[in-house]
Write a protein that binds this ligand. Structure first.
Ligand code: FAD
Ligand code: SF4
Length: 464
């Protein structure tokens, strides 16, 4: 087997020391030579198992084959036919546990770099000025989409493609959901997100920001006097969880959501040119070890912290962050405190954070999540001196819409209940998907839910 089939073509990256002080993108993207070389590693399997690992079933060997042939336009068409957000997914999807985990090349060697190739094609497409997209909203029934994260964006785009006039209502002042306010610029540049959203607007999707459904207007108004015949709810899971430990209300404690929103959406890193500051001391501890925690600690370094710490009660084997994000965090100098559980945030007389009291943990038998259960080691308490604590231990759906809308059912975690295998909620002609239904998950699962819901809404409208 030639050597080129063994190794994955590496992603060119910016130097870790330089990049950890700015918001420029870390991964620089393949050039044509990298992409074609990597595309040639694909075996074009008859039974392309990689597709089974992709929640939106991108025809992976087809688009990779077009790259190998040098027909980037055809590659872009194949890709976009199944994934309306390829430039986003090529950057943030956990391919290592999806398509690439299934790839046949991966049985003996490193799998084909499907994600890097997806990003290459989407970036190529972004540079073209002659891609024709025209709106053809030939149907009468108006559809409302609540929330402009990946679930809402994809649902709206698919409905517009089917000819429906669609309006997205977004609570924040800019669209994109977590892609806008959560995932930082150094992983997902906002001009990439803007470009993806622009393509949906070119299809005819209308976006109204600063519209909180359940407060600015209600679901009944949408479906009544405003004349929307169906509604998709893609409101995500943006309500942060807290640990309930003493000291959580001290100055200098943030939720990861608030911290990231202040920087990504409110541009706190550009204070005082922007209105909202973020107060960061020398030592910032982030509690948790998912993608959000990695984004937060790396952001803290970029807004002035000298030391960024991850504090996690389990070990690195149980963390949920993507391998690449963990690796990048190590390279950027993040300190990891594994098997360490915070039990109190300590503060000074003026109410500012001074430290994090923790207890050391050991791992026991797997718990309900299937991961080893962390058990405190008696008498092992110690203090980590810190100036800020950021909690990144999970999110739940915001209850506002449920509290203000008749006929919507939720489960014990506050997630909307939908019928088995569908996106129909308990209220007629109202559909839902993404994190609002599953709880915090991934971009591609939300996008896939939006896509499926659009097909169901189409059937629902056609059947009336
Ligand atoms: C920091 C961070 C990093 C992440 N990194 C990754 C990653 O690398 N890879 C990955 O696959 N996933 C990642 N995720 C998870 C992923 O971003 C989410 O699973 C995904 O965005 C969910 O999409 P969604 O459309 O369901 O909801 P969201 O993206 O949360 O969007 C929901 C939108 O609805 C709006 N909204 C809420 N209520 C209302 C209302 N009443 N009226 C109007 N609008 C409303 C919100 O303002 C928001 O804009 C990350 C999450 C976070 C927080
Ligand atoms: S499984 Fe791997 S080698 Fe086979 S078609 Fe998919 S990407 Fe190509």
């Amino acid at each position: 087997m030639p050597v080129k089939r063994v190794q994955k073509t590496p992603m060119p990256e910016r130097d870790a020391v330089l990049r950890s002080h700015d918001f420029g993108e870390v991964n620089e993207g393949y050039g044509i030579a990298h992409a074609q070389f990597e595309a040639e590693r694909c075996l074009r399997c008859q039974d392309a198992v990689c597709i089974d690992g992709c929640p939106v079933r991108v025809p992976i060997p087809e688009f990779i084959h077009e790259i190998a042939k040098g027909d980037m336009r055809a590659a872009a068409e194949v890709l976009r036919s199944s994934n309306p957000l390829p430039a986003v997914c090529g950057r943030v999807c956990p391919q290592e546990v999806q398509c690439e985990e299934q790839c046949s090349v991966g049985i003996r060697f490193k799998p084909v770099a499907i994600g890097y190739l997806e990003r290459f094609v989407a970036d190529w497409e972004m540079e073209q000025t002659d891609i024709e997209i025209t709106a053809n909203l030939h149907r009468d029934e108006k559809v409302a989409v609540i929330g402009s994260g990946p679930a809402g964006l994809v649902c709206a785009g698919e409905l517009a493609r089917l000819g429906y006039p669609v309006t997205i209502f977004e609570a924040l002042h800019a669209p994109g959901g977590v892609l806008r306010y959560g995932i930082p610029e150094f992983r997902l540049p906002k001009d990439v997100l803007d470009w993806e959203i622009e393509q949906l607007q070119r299809l005819g999707v209308e976006i109204q920001c600063n519209m909180i459904i359940g407060k600015t207007i209600t679901m009944d108004q949408l479906m009544g006097e405003m004349g929307f015949k169906a509604v998709f709810i893609g409101t995500g899971a943006g309500l942060p969880s807290f640990m309930g430990i003493p000291g959580e209300n001290l100055n200098g404690v943030y939720s990861a959501n608030e911290f990231l929103t202040r920087v990504n959406l409110m541009r706190a890193n550009d204070f005082p040119n922007a209105d909202t500051p973020v107060m960061v001391g020398k030592r910032v501890a982030v509690i948790g070890a998912g993608n959000t925690a990695m984004d937060t600690v790396r952001t803290a370094l970029r807004v002035g912290a000298e030391h960024g710490l991850i504090v996690y009660r389990r070990s690195d084997q149980e963390m949920t962050a993507r391998v690449e994000e963990h690796q990048h965090a190590i390279e950027e100098g993040v300190e990891f405190h594994w098997l360490t559980n915070p039990i109190e945030v300590l503060g000074d007389d003026e109410g500012w954070v001074t430290g994090l009291k923790c207890v050391r943990m050991e791992l026991g038998e797997p718990d309900a999540s299937g991961r080893a259960r962390p058990i405190p080691i008696e008498g092992s308490e110690f203090v980590i001196p810190v100036d800020n604590v950021v909690l990144s231990i999970g999110n739940r759906p915001n209850p506002l819409l449920l509290q203000t809308t008749e006929g919507l059912k939720s489960n014990k975690w506050g997630c909307l209940v939908v019928s088995d295998g569908s996106s129909e909620t308990s209220r007629e002609h109202v559909f839902a998907g993404g994190d609002a239904v599953t709880g915090a998950a991934t971009v591609i699962l939300a996008a896939g839910a939006g896509k499926n819901a659009a097909a169901e809404i189409h059937d629902d409208l056609a059947a009336r």
